[in-house]
Each structure stands twice: as structure tokens, then as C-alpha cells.
Design a binder for this molecule. Sequence first.
Ligand SMILES: [Zn+2]
Length: 303
Amino acid sequence: MKVGNFSSLQVLSYLEPRMNLSNSERNKRQNLYKGFDGEQAVYNRLIQQLPPSYHILTDLLLSHNTSEFQIDLLLIGENTIFPLEVKNYEGDFIIQNDNWYAVPSQNEIRNPLHQLKRMEILLRKLLKKGNFNFSIKPYILFIHPEFQLYQALPDFPFVFPTQINRFIRSFTSSPFQSNSHHNRLVTFFENQRLSRSAHERLPKYAYEKLKKGVVCQECSHFLEVLNKKYLVCHNCQSTEPLEIAIKRNIVEFITLFPNEKITTNVIHDWCNGIHSKRVIRRLLKLFLQPVGVNNHRYYVVKQ
Ligand SMILES: [Zn+2]
């Protein structure tokens, strides 16, 4: 069972069917989802087209001293690493004196080059701390087909929608052998990776106030028992195998309440008593590691 990516997007997605989110929280979830979707699309293309010697890391939240920084996608090449920032901006923008404005509204947006520069500086310090001697070549990938930027210069580290194919192809022309040096760097980043940002602002939520049950993946209504092996959604009629649905619900619980003890009673309640405690206990034993005996038994994520 893979648990551990406690991103804001996940937490908000798990909360949405279970409580009333404010409009701004709902918008935030939508924006995060769009961003995630864009990164996923680029990741899929990279993984298909890049030579296997390239390592690709996604969604890296890192810090140097106490300064956090985030990298959407990180390619590890022979002697160079390529941090890629994916932007899903839509519409027309113009750069004037280092400031970015939407056209025609003239609303100023944050200059993504500043963010990129900051990330590069912090990343360089982090590499130095780990005694790695890779050079860093960052890029911003604009992926929306209806994005246009005026006054951009050719030497800006930008990849526009019409250039993405060529950009990806440029990596295939320089094959290399991946070695233990590259593997050590991957391990270094995985160890440095933060699971949750200190600056994350999530809605306040309490267990007692959340709706309990197993959420339908198709429509966000709550599932009910169809038979011994399947759950059903009476809103969209989709069905899901019991084990897969309960497993997902356990992951949601652990993500939302990482400090709570997992017991049969707790998960039985979290699933709104959808099946007997005996069934829940069987599934907990299947997916997690039991600790202790009888009435004192609880479960932890398998290492
Ligand atoms: Zn449904």
C-alpha cells in the first residue's frame, strides 16, 4: 500500500465530498488539479520518449536550511540536471520591464522567472551539501495550446507549446549510461523530499464533522453494498470491488489523519459501517501490518 504523498490536492479532494469547502478552497482544488493534470501529461510524454538512462522525479518539495522550494519535474541527465516547471497559463501575456501582465486586462501576474531563479539557487546549495557536481539547467514549459507570450527573448529558458516535441527530442540525441552516481542522486532527492509544506494552508477539519463512508470515484456520492464482493453507487450506477474501495478509504483516512491510531473500530466507523467489523479486520490485515494483540491491536503501514 502506497501512502505518503500528502499533497494539498489530495487532502482537498478527499475532503470535498465529506464537508462543505468554501469557494476559495474549491477554486484552489481546481487550480491544483489543472496543474497536476498538466504535469502528468508532460511526465507521460517524457517517460515514453526519453532514453531509459534518464531518471525522472516528480513533484519534489525540498528545502535548504528553512527555505522551501518545489520542482514539478526533474530530469537527471549525464552531468546535468533539468528542473522543469510546468505552467498551464491560458491566453495572452506580455513582459514589460521584467513584469508580466495578462493582455488585455493588464493584470499583473508573478514573474515565473523569479521563482525559477530562486529554485535554482536553492537547488545548487542543496547539491553542494550532498557533494554532487551536476550542473543545473532549468526550464519553464508552457503547455496550454492557447498560450501566447509577447516580448519573450530567445535566450529565456522557455519551452512553448509548439516547441515541446523538439525539446523532448533534444534529449534523445545524447545517450549515456546511467551509473551508481546517478542512482545516488535519486536516493539523495528521495531522502530530502518533504511530505508536507510548512506553508500549506488547508481548511480546518475535524473527524467528527466529516461525512463517513466510502466515496464513489466517478461521482463523489457514497457507495453502498451490492453483494459480498462489490460496492455500488446508486447515483451513477458504477460498481467497485469491495477490497479496492476499502483500501482507498484506508489511504484517505491515513492521509487526512496521519497521527491517529488505525484500529478495526476506527476504520469500521470511517467506512460508515458499510460491512461487518470482521470484514474490515480481514482487509486491514491484508493491507497493513498488525501490531499488538486482541483488544489492543492496531495497524501500521507496511515498511
Ligand atoms: Zn457514483
